[in-house]
Design a protein around this ligand. Structure first.
Ligand code: NAD
Length: 440
């Protein structure tokens, strides 16, 4: 089984099934198709399946053109029919791993995908989990499900974990995509690692094999915890600098001139996205079973969660200087996405800032050139409005939440009476206009 599958990987005749065609799954499916594999994408959403089969991409980093080419070459198809999992030699799980209402891992999607695989498993298949999760998931949750009817992992079937590291929306600006981001791979056995490494050898420029799925799972969490903790550190510094009357951005820029031993992180209105606010708590949860409290993670969560409140305070202070109360003021919220130049608003700090300002009687108007309509954290559906000169002139304060490149900051500061900048997006604006700006 091992040699047969290895040969099929090397001659690209292995069929690749990607389960979950979102921010992670669709770029992988496209890349696998581009390097010559025949790809069958699985999703529970009939709309997504329909779009892919029509060659229409709904993910910013994947061009519709690329999907159309793969469709024409017969190397890409999407389906909701899970029984077709049997047709694939390699199955890569890319489904969501959110937190539930009590902020514990919500494994429903991984469980559902694993159950579908288990129901269709056959000898000679390699299963790879890419969804971010706690150490132990691959061995404890997936392995017992797929080891059925006498099939053993490492013998007739193969199982590995390989975390995804893509940074949606940043492919064009930072130059990193699926094809040049090193991929960590940890198989349950050596054969599992070798097969998964051989597959990813065609997907990306560098494969980093590790000794187990647990190591690969924890590697991914550690990378994101590293970010969450460092963001918390710099956010705390920003809170202190605010009290001390020191410009935190100047401190950061100066520190960043050190050529070694320092890595630049920047403060902001709070964490957002599907990864950094969520993933660390997968480890916190797992650590409890080992009688350990992950204090750095908890503390980072606490500090980062304060930031929307700090933005609220900055708005009150900025309005106060203009002799206006927050109650009754009109605030333009610039950016709903959680990071620049994307339309992803999952866990965006904009929601919290919106709630805090409206709770105090402000009218808050959301503007985001990348988003027309969005759903708040509590399910409310809202629309953004275009950022017109009239809107900027008639509002009481503009608050920059997301530093989209599409915003014209000179125009914003010129027209709005007061600006709160939580991202240092207005750094280039000098002279008398600066007096209007309150920075985080
Ligand atoms: N988005 C990122 O930047 C990023 C980066 C690295 C890792 N990750 C991790 O990758 C995983 C996927 O994240 P994403 O951002 O691609 O999610 P997503 O929500 O964009 O996509 C998930 C897709 O899975 C589909 N799906 C859900 N249940 C399914 C099932 N049982 N069978 C088939 N399809 C199903 C959904 O319809 C959706 O299309 C998560 O674990 C996430 O933490 C995400």
């Amino acid at each position: 089984m091992f040699h047969e599958l290895m040969n099929r990987i090397h001659d690209r005749s292995a069929r690749v099934g990607v389960i979950g065609l979102g921010y992670v799954g669709l770029p992988l499916a496209e890349r696998a198709g581009r390097v010559g594999f025949s790809v069958l994408g699985f999703d529970v959403s009939p709309e997504r399946v329909m779009h892919i089969n029509q060659g229409e991409s709904y993910i910013g980093d994947v061009a519709s053109d690329a999907l159309t080419k793969l469709r024409a070459a017969g190397r890409l198809e999407a389906t909701t029919e899970m029984a077709r999992l049997r047709e694939c030699d390699i199955l890569v799980i890319c489904v969501p791993t959110p937190l539930n209402a009590t902020r514990e891992p919500d494994m429903r999607y991984v469980e559902a995908a694993s159950n579908e695989i288990a129901a269709n498993i056959r000898p000679g298949q390699l299963v790879i989990l890419e969804s971010t999760t706690y150490p132990g998931t691959t061995r404890e949750l997936i392995m017992p499900r797929i080891e059925r009817d006498g099939l053993r992992v490492g013998d007739q079937i193969f199982l590995a974990f390989s975390p995804e590291r893509i940074d949606p929306g940043q492919t064009s600006s930072k130059g990193y995509s699926v094809e040049n981001t090193p991929k960590v791979v940890g198989g349950v056995t050596m054969h599992c690692t070798e097969l998964a490494s051989a597959f990813y050898g065609y997907i990306t420029s560098r494969v980093v094999p590790v000794s187990s799925p647990d190591v690969a799972e924890l590697t991914k969490l550690f990378e994101n915890i590293f970010r969450a903790v460092n963001i918390a550190l710099v956010n705390e510094l920003a809170l202190l600098c605010d009290r001390m009357g020191i410009n935190v951005w100047e401190v950061i820029e100066a520190a960043a001139t050190k050529p070694y031993g320092f890595m630049k992180f920047t403060p902001g209105p709070g964490l957002g996205g599907h990864c950094i606010p969520i993933d660390p708590f997968y480890l916190t949860w797992k650590a409890r079973a080992f009688d350990l409290t992950t204090r750095f993670i908890e503390l980072a969560g606490e500090i980062n969660a304060q930031m929307p409140r700090h933005v609220h305070d900055l708005v009150i202070r900025a309005l106060n200087r203009a002799r206006k109360p927050l109650n009754g003021s009109t605030i333009v919220l610039l950016g709903i996405a959680y990071k620049p130049d994307v339309d992803d608003y999952r866990e965006s700090p904009a929601f919290k800032v919106y709630d805090l300002l409206t709770a105090d009687g402000a009218t808050v108007i959301p503007c985001d050139p990348h988003i027309d309509e969005f759903e708040m954290h509590d399910g409310r559906r809202m629309r953004t409005v275009p950022l017109t000169d009239d809107l900027l002139q008639s509002c009481d304060c503009a608050v920059i939440i997301t530093n989209h490149r599409a915003f014209d900051y000179e125009r914003i500061v010129t027209l709005a009476p007061v600006v709160v900048d939580t991202r240092h997006a207005t750094r280039a604006i000098q002279g008398p206009l600066r007096a209007k700006i309150t920075v985080l």
